[in-house]
Design a protein around this ligand. Structure first.
Ligand code: 8ID
Ligand code: ZN
Length: 353
């Protein structure tokens, strides 16, 4: 029996407090369009992107009222009538990622760059997301969850995990190369440390701040640590950490433009800057001269496609990468955002439904 209303955390305006309500409508099974499915959520991770949506600080408009959230795991409880060839079935446990639907027909979709489909639907941004008990999703884009992971462990791989996994995959690095990870102690960053060290065979210089994040990232496989608040010369420290040469790559996973500032300087020639963290409406300042003369690659990396999501989860299921998480109730969302704003969250917060 599917209830008519549910508990949900709703953004009613970018300057207004989040409302945790019990009367948010649930789309009923008979109302689902072909290709849609209804998922009863177990839990959902809180990504910094949800905070950007809550604040409305990106150049891309989002729907209002909005239920945020895009790291959800739950069970399919209904599939729209007349759905043809569904790759998933009722009762199956699946994940909801940022990209919840795309046309699968356009050039970007055909090339596996479905994140860039002009008809893409974004969870917790252009359509309601996972900060609720039920969510409408799409059979072609939900991600099956490996059995060996519980839902809380799996949740943050649907965004943080897949995003950093794909960015590493396209970073032009080889085993033994150095990578710098600004934002290493956050949600994306702490998973990036582990994928880099344990799946890609890279040597990691973690950059973030505070004793707790330092201890975590060193435990997770980082070889060197630099506190961005304490360092007097970040470029020099990175050069020293990497044997004087600078790093082969940097994956910026901080929601801060400052974290990008010196990357061109500390990368070694031929190095790649993976642009992942999305500070509000800012420019990437790079010296054109040194970008050319050092033959630097600057590469934007946007979540991942359906295959990236499966690969990222498979590596997690092998136990090579684990989410460091704190479990909280949905009602804690406003406090989680406050902590995130202050940079106090180590790893991820996962909300239980
Ligand atoms: O597809 C994408 N590219 C994608 C996918 C998902 C998330 C991009 N994002 C974006 C988010 O929108 C956000 O802008 O990545 C950014 C990081 O998301 P997150 O990991 O969920 O944020 P967090 O948990 O708050 O972690 C950020 C960390 O950055 C550190 C903070 O201390 C925190 O640990 N940090 C900051 I803020 N400034 C820093 C600096 N200058 C810094 N670390 C190093 N140097
Ligand atoms: Zn996210």
């Amino acid at each position: 029996q599917i209830p008519k209303t549910q508990k949900a955390a709703v953004v009613v305006g970018h300057d207004l407090p989040i409302q945790v309500r019990n009367d948010y409508p649930v789309k009923q099974p008979e109302e689902l369009a072909p290709g849609e499915c209804l998922v009863k959520l177990h839990c959902t991770g809180v990504c910094h992107t949800d905070l950007h949506a809550r604040k409305g600080d990106w150049p891309l408009p989002c729907k209002i009222p909005l239920v945020g959230g895009h790291e959800g795991v739950g069970d399919i409880v209904a599939i729209g009538a007349h759905t043809v060839d569904s790759p998933v079935k009722i009762g199956e446990r699946v994940g909801i990622k940022w990209l919840v639907d795309s046309c699968l027909q356009c050039e970007q979709c055909r090339k596996g760059l479905e994140q860039c489909c002009s008809k893409a639907k974004l969870s917790g941004y252009t359509v309601d997301g996972t900060f609720s008990e039920y969510v409408v999703s799409y059979v072609n884009h939900v991600t099956p969850i490996p059995e060996s992971l519980n839902s809380q462990e799996a949740a943050s791989f649907l965004c943080a995990g897949v995003t950093v996994y794909r960015a590493l995959k396209y970073s032009n690095t080889k085993p033994g190369d150095w990578i710098v990870l600004p934002g290493a102690g956050g949600g994306l960053g702490h998973l990036a440390v582990q994928y880099a060290a344990h799946a890609f065979g890279l040597r990691v210089v973690a950059v973030d701040t505070g004793a707790e994040k330092k201890e975590l990232v060193l435990k997770l496989g980082a070889e060197k640590w630099i506190d961005f608040r304490e360092t007097k010369d970040l470029v020099k420290d990175i050069q020293a950490a990497t044997g004087g040469e600078g790093s082969h790559a940097a994956l910026v996973a901080a929601a801060s433009s400052a974290a990008y500032e010196q990357a061109i300087e500390y990368l070694r020639p031929g190095g790649s800057l993976m642009v992942v963290g999305l500070p509000a409406d800012t420019q990437l300042n790079a010296s054109i001269f040194w970008t050319v003369v050092k033959a630097i690659n600057i590469i934007g990396s946007y979540v991942g496609n359906r295959q990236d999501a499966r690969e990222a989860l498979e590596i997690a299921a092998l136990g090579k990468v684990k989410c460091h998480l704190a479990i909280q109730p949905l009602s804690a969302l406003s406090d989680v955002y406050e902590g995130m704003e202050e940079g106090k969250i180590v790893g991820r917060v996962v909300l239980n439904m």
